[in-house]
Design a binder for this molecule. Structure first.
Ligand code: ATP
Ligand code: MG
Length: 329
């Protein structure tokens, strides 16, 4: 049974330029499921809609972003939540942090720069539980941080005193105080060097392995997905292009865009020159007809220019949207 079911989701930004209003189709007909106890990776180049998808899934929808169709439904252990009609109070009181936590792109945003880290923990926990006994409360936070392998003195630091890697780990520690059903992490390792990245990913993996919850890991870095994701979804220009278990997507990618992303991964000993894809992702205020990848696709056919390819089930939890895979499934 799925923890989250997303069906035909559309979410657009409304922009005004020179008095002309336009819709930026950042999420355009995306359907996917997240299962309990998995790390689900979302990949794709910059501007393909990854952060927008997370905003909608976590209920952080503010103008100019608006949902234009589809559904987002959660089945938590204690309740079912339909994001289309959940109240703000329900979202704040029972869903955010407790069931869904969100490590935002750029970990500084969750930490208050002028308060010690412990205060941010207290602020978040107290809005949900109150602080009955400050000493016990601080002990609990200390234990949590220690359990995740962080030195307890990070709690007394100000965010700017911590290294980028440590800040990111603190953000993850914060996101896990209530052991939520779903942890969403947006580019958690992007600003970090490779060695520090490994520590942050290890932490995410350990937490997931222990609490058996679901992690939605968003990053454009395919090497990160190869290391930690159980399943991977590939997005391009607001659409899902392919989805499969990790070992399948890296061994037998079907979509030309996925193949391009994977072929650009470095391989030890390979000295060949990588071919970059020509062009850049389309402007989502005016996306191309047909397959959105067709202007850059090395295997483009006539049909790709006019018809949107259907998502085709390839068996073994593998699906892809490409006319090369034939007609309707
Ligand atoms: N506030 C906004 N107003 C208008 N358009 C926006 C806004 N925020 C994002 N967009 C547009 O929506 C599209 C998707 O952006 P989004 O941030 O979701 O991409 P992303 O995949 O997370 O990119 P990155 O890898 O750079 O983080 C882009 O075309 C972007 O320009
Ligand atoms: Mg983003």
């Amino acid at each position: 049974m799925a923890l989250l079911q997303v069906e035909n989701l559309r979410a657009y930004y409304k922009t005004e330029m020179y008095g002309v209003s336009r819709l930026v189709r950042a999420i355009d007909d995306v359907s996917l499921d997240l299962r309990p106890n998995e790390i689900y990776g979302v990949a794709g180049e910059s501007s393909c809609g990854k952060t927008t998808l997370i905003k909608v899934l976590s209920g952080n929808i503010k103008p100019p972003l608006k949902v234009h169709g589809g559904s987002v439904k959660y089945r938590f252990k204690t309740a079912e939540v339909n994001m289309a009609n959940v109240s703000d109070e329900e979202l704040k009181g029972n869903v955010r942090w407790k069931e869904i936590s969100y490590v935002m792109q750029g970990s500084m945003s969750v930490l208050n720069p002028v308060r010690r880290v412990i205060k941010t923990f207290e602020d978040i926990i107290s809005t949900h539980e109150g602080i009955p006994n400050r000493k016990e409360f601080r002990e609990r936070i200390k234990e949590h941080v220690k359990k995740l392998g962080l030195p307890p003195d990070v709690l007394n630091s100000y965010p700017h005193e911590l290294s980028g890697g440590m800040r990111q780990r603190v953000a993850i520690a914060l996101a896990t105080v209530f052991y939520p059903s779903l942890i969403i992490a947006d580019e958690p390792t992007t600003a970090l060097d490779v060695v520090v990245q490994r520590g942050v990913l290890q932490l995410l993996k350990e937490i997931q392995g222990e609490s058996k919850n679901t992690v939605l890991l968003v990053t454009h870095d395919m090497a990160v997905h190869a290391n930690v994701a159980d399943r991977v979804a590939i997005m391009y220009a607001g659409r899902l292009m392919e989805e499969a278990p990790s070992e399948i997507i890296f061994k037998r990618p079907e979509h030309p865009y996925t193949r391009h992303l994977i072929s650009s991964l470095p391989v030890i000993g390979d000295k060949s020159i990588k071919n970059a894809l020509e062009g850049s992702p389309p402007n989502l205020a005016n996306p191309p007809e047909g397959c959105r990848f067709h202007p850059r696709c090395p295997l483009v056919m006539n049909i790709c220019k006019t018809e949107v390819p259907e998502m085709r089930d390839l068996g073994g939890s593998h699906r892809a949207a490409c006319h090369l895979l034939g007609g309707k499934s």
